[in-house]
Design a protein around this ligand. Structure first.
Ligand SMILES: Nc1ncnc2c1ncn2[C@@H]1O[C@H](COP(=O)(O)OP(=O)(O)O)[C@@H](O)[C@H]1O
Ligand SMILES: [Mg+2]
Length: 254
């Protein structure tokens, strides 16, 4: 009897082990965690008044996710993106992105980490008005060690992929809102970031342009690009792989 029990246990253990191995193999291939937000908090103080803009956010993001963040105005959406993007300092908590603890990167190295690991897309595009589409995209690579010729080539290729091959030398004022946003997407992609942070990227465009921007996001996500998109628009959210809601600085992962 005792011998059989040992054998049964052995079998059970082997099965368990195999299941765990299968799970972790799947994890390696398809579900690599690219970002971990741990107990992230931000409190602004305005004189004696404290504003708890973000309260203990915990979020796990896998590579290639297209993650929507929805919530009413003032709920902390931009604060969350600014903290992840290292544009603001957290009051508490951590952000681990692609193996780097962003919250403990020395001030001096932050611009480089931001440039190499994070792509930003804003509601108002934030392109440089005096530069062409090509120059706007190329500029974002200027501080990387890529030679100028290669930078130009990459900028051209990205813009072509986004359907702007015939708009390379146009200035932002000579482009439609949707085209400007696509230039800013190309710029965000230029340094192959671990994550793209988009704050209301379709807030200023018509529904047709919105749909084309969402389509670009979906294609990028299918190719493995991780994207966090803050949006008010249920039509955008419904195309995303996951939707997180935030209210009064409280966000729930799911
Ligand atoms: N620099 C700041 N100083 C003080 N309070 C701020 C600052 N930035 C944002 N807040 C406050 O934090 C809360 C969340 O703001 P925000 O993240 O911009 O919200 P959302 O993007 O969801 O509209 C709001 O109550 C806002 O007034
Ligand atoms: Mg906002």
């Amino acid at each position: 009897m005792p011998e059989i029990r040992i054998e049964e246990n052995g079998l059970e253990t082997a099965e368990k082990l195999e299941k765990e191995l299968n799970k972790s193999n799947l994890g390696n291939k398809e579900q690599k965690i690219i970002m971990q937000v741990e107990n992230l908090s931000k409190t602004y103080s305005q004189g004696k008044i404290l504003v708890h803009a973000l309260r203990c956010a915990c979020i796990t993001v896998r590579k290639g996710e297209l993650l929507a963040i929805m919530g009413p105005s003032g709920s902390g959406k931009s604060t969350l993106l600014a903290l992840i993007g290292t544009l603001e300092k957290a009051t508490d908590g951590k952000v681990i992105l692609d193996g780097i603890d962003l919250t403990s990167v020395p001030e001096k190295l932050l611009p480089r980490v931001r440039r190499e690991k994070i792509g930003f897309i804003f509601q108002h595009y934030n392109l440089i008005p005096t530069l062409s589409a090509l120059e706007n995209v190329e500029l974002s690579m200027r501080f990387s060690r890529v030679p100028k010729k290669e930078r130009e080539e990459r900028a051209r290729k990205l813009l072509e992929e986004l359907g702007l091959g015939d708009r390379l030398s146009h200035k932002p004022s000579e482009l439609s809102g949707g085209e400007q946003q696509r230039v800013s997407i190309a710029r965000a992609l230029a340094n192959k970031p671990a994550v793209i942070l988009a704050d209301e990227p379709t807030g200023e465009v018509d529904s047709k342009t919105r749909d084309s921007i969402v389509r670009v996001f979906k294609e990028l996500s299918e190719k493995g690009q991780t994207i966090l998109v803050v949006t008010h628009d249920p039509e955008v959210a419904k195309e995303c792989s996951r939707v997180l809601r935030i209210t009064d600085g409280v966000i729930k992962d799911n």
